[in-house]
Design a binder for this molecule. Structure first.
Ligand code: FAD
Length: 319
């Protein structure tokens, strides 16, 4: 089932969960064990992030350099197939522009369609280590809006339609895109960023998932601005519970966002107690989640980052 259909058919807010594919070396069973605790909540779908292959150059004995692939993570498609092999749950792989040509993206779409996966979150992708700015792959896409267009035109191709018996206007893939209530770090201002978000929706995105935020007012203001700009698709809020003192500095830098003074103060007071930090972060996120549900959001997206204890506590409290 497509996420757009789940959203349209759902009368109350539901949780959606995002997981990160495991590093190489982990087995399928270990991966499935890590998501097992979420299954008691019967998630409607699970998002699986995508990570770019990284390469390094090594000098050979003759002085020449050779390029070597350092593939750190299992691919999103493989992880989705593993989840589908055990659970009756929809999977939503993320697809990124970075590292692939348009043709290679088409090949990924073929693989997803082959598995019967008809949900995608289309993103530009993060920079690779050593890069300050995102540099598109030659023959690839520069912005997520181009990727959305690419996905839409792929399924508009006559070969693709014929092979699946689709009518010309059938959309096989339901497409989600990312958004930044506190502005994407490269955008000159929030208005420009929202205009670029609208390009993604105009290109065919069905819904939006936001970057994490720690002050719900930021999300409500953002939704209002999006609506005023003519964006009418669902905007799913993204949450992540804090659990360590270090995150107070790491998360704002990594995701270009603010952590409210009150939460910072509470966590600083508790900085020597792991359990107290965990409790403060979990309770803050629970409070955010309850407030979002009370405001009628369609779903709440959780960045689980491989942690299940705090997320399951929050789900138990809120859903
Ligand atoms: P875009 O929408 O392409 O925007 C990037 C920047 O370009 C913005 O500043 C935007 O304003 C600007 N822009 C867009 N279009 C134009 C245009 N036509 N002209 C000029 N400027 C333009 N990263 C991963 O690597 N893997 C993941 O799985 C992943 N999952 C994510 C899930 C969510 C819900 C979110 C919110 C982010 C995720 N990210 C992931 C991070 C994301 O890839 C980065 O934040 C990336 O820097 C931007 O991606 P985007 O799709 O929002 O880019």
């Amino acid at each position: 089932m497509k996420v757009s259909e789940i959203l349209a058919g759902s009368k109350k807010a539901f949780p959606s969960l995002e997981i990160v594919p495991p590093l190489r070396g982990l087995t399928k069973d270990e991966l499935l064990e890590s998501i097992e605790p979420f299954m008691e909540f019967s998630p409607r779908y699970i998002n699986v992030t995508s990570h770019r292959d990284e390469f390094e150059f090594r000098q050979e004995a003759d002085g020449s350099f050779t390029r070597h692939l350092i593939r750190n993570r299992i691919s999103e498609t493989t992880v989705c197939a593993a989840i589908m092999s055990r659970y009756d749950v929809e999977v939503v792989p993320h697809l990124i522009c970075g590292g692939s040509t348009a043709e290679e993206i088409e090949s990924k779409l073929d693989n997803l369609a082959f598995l019967g996966i008809n949900n995608i979150v289309a993103l530009r992708g993060d920079c690779i280590s050593g890069e300050k700015r995102f540099s598109p792959t030659p023959g690839g896409y520069r912005y997520a809006s181009e990727l959305v267009e690419g996905i839409r035109s792929y399924q508009g191709s006559s070969t693709y339609r014929r092979s699946r018996g689709l009518e010309a206007d059938d959309r096989f893939f339901c497409i989600g895109v990312g958004a930044y209530p506190e502005k994407h770090f490269e955008a000159p201002n929030i208005e420009t960023d929202i205009a670029n978000l609208k390009r993604k929706v105009d290109a065919g995105a069905d819904y939006i998932i936001t970057q994490m935020f720690f002050d719900n007012k930021v999300y409500y203001d953002f939704v209002e601005k999006c609506r005023a700009a003519g964006i009418s698709v669902p905007i799913i809020p993204g949450l992540k519970p804090l659990s360590t003192f270090k995150q107070l500095s790491v998360i704002p830098e990594a995701f270009s966002l603010d952590i409210p003074v009150e939460l910072t103060r509470e966590m600083t007071k508790a900085k020597d107690s792991k359990e107290a930090l965990y409790r403060i972060g979990t309770e803050w996120c629970t409070m955010q989640c309850k407030d979002l549900i009370a405001h009628g959001v369609p779903a709440v997206h959780f960045y689980t980052m491989g942690k299940s204890r705090n997320i399951t506590e929050i789900l138990r409290e809120c859903f």
